[in-house]
Design a protein around this ligand. Structure first.
Ligand code: FAD
Length: 439
């Protein structure tokens, strides 16, 4: 390799931006397709909600961001920095260690501007097809559409030598299944479409899940709602102490829902509810990718992907940045982006196609032996440290010693130790300084 290839990046969220920067640094020609009119992806708060609040209708118009108005980060800004571009406290900005979402958006906007990325981005361009047209010369057609009028779209096909997919993983809701769900008469929505609490005033609400979104939404709505019922698996650890709330109760998962409005939980308790909010996560979604069945999405496993990035038989001409979760996302996407860029510029070599395919097979076998379901494939819950060190080693980056201690789960532990108000009670700056002083 070593030539200046023409590369399409899909998405201008954090992953697409850092990928564009790294490709540009390697002297590659980059075009970023972004369906929104601004950079930021998830961090671009949108007060609109979708027409189908559960997100089941495949023809609904998608609102990309899942942010609610009150959202503050659940990781401190220091670990949402890039290696040579820290997420610093601005004089006039939100200086809290766990800032509000506007501050993250501002950071990403500054990043895009400071690295001259804005000129590379085609805003308002939604990619509707990515298809390999010539395996030998590895030509990809990227078809994108722009909205001309409310009902008319203009589409255009272009050819690229490589495509990096950075379309995010929080736009396609996963909802809970239970008998009676589709005939239950109340209002149901996914947390993807939750923005503000006012509409829940005096309502009896069931929240499904107890991850960060369920916890934040409970805190948001409980001052206004009549009752809030949290349905979750007994094995789940609680991020919130419901004893601090007069009008909130824990339950086991929903057994079924009835047409008279009753919601029955597996523990036998029954609530006559008016609203159910599914805080049940998201599905990876690649509606535009036509790869002749080479890359599939099965129960949230995008595969086969070597190290979550390259499909062996299409490498390095197709790659993914940002599909992992339960990790310090910004750190992981930056290393992934550098690796993709250096592979495409020819500075870093990939193993043979056979060796990559064998590595993916081995990974799947290990997952099976450990009893892990497919949907865990891209979770870095258990091996974030190993994965990050592996990527850094490919790139000759010597990570600071503090990286050993700073992983996603170090923060989860901190959150549990400091309780539901951790964002204000945890002196995370001091904790991070102590860890970093050991470098
Ligand atoms: P996204 O930010 O989703 O960006 C994808 C981009 O691709 C979007 O701009 C979208 O418009 C574009 N796109 C999609 N499809 C197409 C298409 N077909 N054509 C053209 N463009 C397309 N992470 C943290 O580090 N700290 C936190 O505190 C934190 N809190 C979070 C809270 C919530 C509620 C959610 C949902 C996520 C949170 N995250 C957090 C994770 C967050 O997803 C990552 O921080 C990061 O924003 C992911 O970036 P991304 O670029 O992969 O995806």
């Amino acid at each position: 390799m070593g030539q200046s290839y023409n590369i399409a990046v899909i998405g201008a969220g954090a992953a697409g931006l850092v990928t564009a920067r790294e490709l540009q640094r390697e002297g590659l020609r980059v075009t970023v397709f972004e369906k929104a009119n601004k950079v930021g992806g998830t961090w671009l708060y949108d007060s609109r909600v979708e027409s189908d609040l559960l997100g089941l209708d495949p023809n609904r118009e998608i609102v990309h961001s899942s942010l609610y108005k009150s959202l503050r980060t659940n990781l401190p800004r220091q670990v949402m920095s890039f290696m040579d571009y820290p997420f610093v406290k601005r004089e006039s900005g939100d200086r809290r260690p766990f800032p509000g979402h506007e501050e993250v958006l501002r950071f990403l906007q500054d990043f895009a501007r400071d690295f001259g990325l804005m000129e590379l981005i085609r805003f308002g361009h939604e990619v509707i097809r990515v298809e390999l047209v010539d395996e030998v010369s590895h030509e990809w057609v990227v078809e994108s559409r722009t909205r001309e009028t409310e009902s008319r779209w203009e589409s255009k096909e272009e050819v690229f030598e490589a495509v990096v997919i950075c379309n995010g993983k929080h736009a396609e809701p996963k909802v809970a299944e239970f008998p009676g769900r589709d005939t239950w008469p109340g209002l149901q929505m996914h947390s993807h479409n939750y923005r503000t609490p006012e509409q829940f005033e005096n309502k009896i609400v069931v929240l499904i899940g107890n991850g960060p979104s369920a916890t934040d939404i409970l805190k948001d709505i409980s001052p206004l709602a009549k009752q809030v019922h949290l349905a979750f698996r007994g094995s789940d650890i609680m991020l919130i102490n419901l004893k601090n709330y007069d009008n909130a109760w824990p339950h086991s998962p929903i057994e079924c829902a009835h047409e008279d409005g009753k919601v029955v939980f597996q523990d036998g308790s029954i609530v006559e509810a008016e609203v159910i909010i599914h805080c049940t996560g998201y599905k990876l979604h690649l509606p535009f990718l036509k790869s002749n069945g080479i890359v599939t999405v099965d129960d949230n496993r995008v595969g086969p992907l070597y190290k979550h990035i390259f499909p062996p038989s299409l490498a390095p001409w197709l790659s993914f940045v940002g599909i992992n979760y339960r990790a310090l996302v910004f750190r992981v996407i930056e290393l992934q982006a550098i690796w993709v860029a250096k592979v495409l510029s020819g500075k870093v070599k990939l193993p043979t196609q056979e060796a990559m395919a064998a590595s993916v097979e081995e990974f799947y076998e290990q997952m099976e032996k450990a009893g892990l379901p497919k949907y865990h494939t891209h979770s870095l819950q258990n091996d974030e440290g190993e994965y990050v060190s592996w990527l850094a080693a490919q790139l000759d980056i010597r990570p600071p010693k503090s990286w050993e201690e700073l992983r996603f789960f170090s923060f989860v532990k901190g959150i549990f130790a400091h309780g539901e108000n951790f964002r204000d009670t945890w002196d995370v700056d001091k904790w991070l300084q102590e860890i970093e002083s050991s470098d």
